[in-house]
Each structure stands twice: as C-alpha cells, then as structure tokens.
Ligand binder design. Structure first.
Ligand code: R5P
Length: 305
C-alpha cells in the first residue's frame, strides 16, 4: 500500500536555474523520440559520437566464411572490445551469450545466396522477434541499380515503418553487386536515398575520391563497411581516412575477424575511431598487443605440457 504518512512538501525547485534542454549529439537525430535516441546513444558513443560495430552477419548469404566457421570460438573473444554486434537472429540465439550488454544491430533481410542474384532479398525477421531479441537497431540492404532495386528499397521502407512504431532505429546498408561501380557517385546516390526514406543511419563503403561529399550529402550518420581483407595498416588507414572525412565509425567484419590477431586488431581500430589515433601508431599498438597475446598463448601451452 502506498504510504500516505509523512509526505514532505517539495521546497527545492532550483528557482532561477533554467532547466537544461541538451541537444542530442548525433547528426540528423535531434527530432527523434526518446527511445530511438536512447538506442542510438547505445550504438554511438556519446563522447566520441562514433562507433565500432563488429559485423559477423556474412553467413546469411555466404555460409561459413573464413573466420566465421565457429562464431562461438572466433567472435566471442572480440565482443568485449566491440561497441555493437551486428548479426543474424540465428547466430545471436545460438552463439552469443545473452549476458552480453552490447547493443545488437539485427540483420533483418535474407532470401538469397552467393549462388544467386544478391539483390533478391526479402524482409526476413518480424519486428516482434527483433523486440524479443532486444535489438538496438534493425537492418537491411538496398541494392541501387541492381535487378531487385525496387524490392530491396521496399524492404527498407517496411523496416523503417515497423521500427518507427516501436522506437527501434533502422540501419540501411548500401549493398554492392559484383558488377557495380563502387565510386562516390554511386554511394552518394545510395546513401542519400536511404536517408531520405527515413533510415536512421547508413552503411557505405569508403572510396578514395569524394568520400567527404558522400558524408556531407547524407543527413544522417554514415558508418563504413571494411570490405575484403586488407593488410592491417591499409585497413587502419581506411578507417582513419573515413572518420577524418566525416564517417561516424565503422561496421567492420573481415578486416577484424580474418586478421592475424583479431583481438589486437579490433582494439587498434577502436583507437583510430574513438581517439583519432594515426594509422601507423595504431599499427604499433596492434603489433604490441599481438606480441603480448602470442606470448601469453605460448606460456599457456608450456604449462599444459
Ligand atoms: C555483408 O555481409 C554485411 O553487411 C557485412 O556486415 C558488411 O559487409 C561488413 O562486413 P565487412 O567489413 O566484412 O565488409
């Protein structure tokens, strides 16, 4: 029963002190509702305004790709160093501990494979299931200029509308088909279309020419995918250039989990993204951490013998 005795009348109203109405830190997100902003503030670090998303959703059309054969073994050790996990609901339920407090961006499209037309996707998760899984955001791919362009855009619109109903943001991924030109014109077009349709943030690829125009022309944050595996210094340089030219972080997969030392690589990427560490310094950090991890591994093996 509510206690009615001894109710003290409030006296401390801070008269003369204006109530603060702090602007939300994230580009293009100031007019969103509290739940939406709160989820985005879990994805993007409010201090740096950036994020390191660890992408391991590749299996939904690639099968057990290199580095993702055993997600319980390869991805679990990386989770403490990631800001966000991006994966499918199948892998989330089967291989990721529900005790993790990392926000999850849920892959909500599927229906194709590397053996068929990549743009032929459909929405593959119901919003009810995304809510059950406590998704911080939902995501699908749009394939601009591909055979199923219209269908993929419809998928995005559906996710945005259902997510808006429950305060769950949508990440639009700009998909690239095998024959598509990956230049600033293409990504400028694709990212802008996604934002205009209401995506809360957009994943693109980094391009050497004109990336700044892509981020400037997109009214919501852009994160970059890592793409195919590069030498560590090249991947760190790409991340550095991307954030320097307006990206709000990375959604990186292969350049982390296919690295010689993924645990060291994700920490080096994080230093670049959140602290603006220069690529060569970040590579030194990678090498130092890698040496430490390898020494520890050798020590353990010796003790076992
Ligand atoms: C495609 O499979 C997914 O959208 C990946 O999450 C995305 O391509 C990022 O992964 P990566 O850095 O390996 O390109």
């Amino acid at each position: 029963m509510a206690d009615k005795d001894d109710i003290k009348t409030g006296k401390d109203f801070g008269l003369g002190i204006r109530q603060k109405n702090k602007a939300f830190f994230l580009k293009g997100s100031g007019a969103l509702d509290w739940g939406m902003q709160n989820r985005l503030a879990r994805i993007f670090n409010p201090k740096s305004g950036r994020t390191v998303m660890l992408a391991f959703d590749h299996g939904y059309f690639q099968g057990p790709a290199s580095g993702l054969e055993r997600i319980d073994l390869s991805i679990a050790p990386l989770i403490p160093y990631a800001d966000v996990l991006m994966c499918t609901r199948g892998v989330l339920r089967a291989c990721v501990s529900s005790e993790t407090n990392k926000p999850v961006v849920l892959r909500c499209s599927g229906g194709q494979s590397i053996l068929s037309e990549l743009s032929n996707e459909t929405v593959a998760v119901d919003i009810d299931d995304a809510i059950r899984l406590n998704a911080a955001a939902i995501t699908t791919q749009i394939y601009i200029g591909a055979p199923y362009e219209h269908q993929s855009i419809k998928n995005l619109i559906k996710l945005i509308d259902t997510g808006n109903r429950y305060g769950i943001p949508t990440l639009a991924v700009t998909g690239v088909g095998a024959d598509m030109k990956r230049d600033a014109r293409y990504f400028g077009l694709a990212t802008r279309i996604a934002a205009e349709l209401g995506a809360h943030y957009v994943k693109s690829y980094f391009v050497e020419e004109g990336f700044e125009q892509i981020t400037a022309g997109c009214p919501v944050p852009i994160v970059i995918a890592g793409g195919k595996k590069l030498p560590e210094l090249d991947a760190l340089t790409m991340a550095y250039k991307a954030v320097d030219q307006g990206a709000a972080g990375v959604d990186m997969g292969r350049n982390i989990f296919q690295s010689d030392c993924p645990v060291a690589m994700i920490q080096a990427v994080s230093a670049v993204v959140h602290k603006g560490e220069k690529p060569k310094k970040a590579l030194d950090m990678y090498n130092t951490l890698k040496a430490r991890i390898e020494a520890k591994g050798k020590g353990k093996r010796k003790r076992k013998k």
